[in-house]
Design a protein. Sequence first.
Length: 223
Amino acid sequence: MGTTERVKQFIDFKGVSKYKFCKELSFSNKFLDNSSNMGTDKASKILHHYPEINPEWLLTGEGSMLKDQTIDTKQKNMIPLYEDVGTIGGASIVANTDAVSETKLQIDAGGWFNGATAAIRHYGDSMNEYQSGCILAIKELHDKNEIIWGRNYVVETDEMRITKKIAEIDQDHINCYSTNNETYPDGALIHQPIKVCKKNIRRISKVLGAVNKEESTGQVTLL
């Protein structure tokens, strides 16, 4: 493939017409009809007008068409996805709270959920915001002063891992509320508030958002 043929390949990639290309660079309209290699003066003009072209590729055919072709321009925001960890938001508050340190699954969240430290599954029906089986993007808080009361958090103790809206009761306790306010026939809430002693909380994470996905294998892309 000659240099001119590579120029044709590039303008096809750019979606530029041959007429517009020649007009912008003050070339003859018949310039691209010549399949032979062009002179260095025209090559220099093309490289100046389209700085993204890889000069080596244009002149020799070696390497990639674009200088930064290997660089993904989409923002990377990789979040580890722990498929074997879940939170419970139903009548049962028992969840697998085993510690998990490694996962091969990643979510590329792009511009979503900045600051997220993990993604885990949520099950149950006590939180209207989250469909059972959805993936929660969460941010672990190391400074408890960052807690915003009335927001949704994943609260972990040695006994449970739950997703609830939390409120401070007193210096030593918090209440974990469900947003599903369904009641039994006698008017009692099906999903009663759960009182948690602060000293028993081993980890607390803010819920940044949720996404529904039927199955996850390998990298999961949210965007």
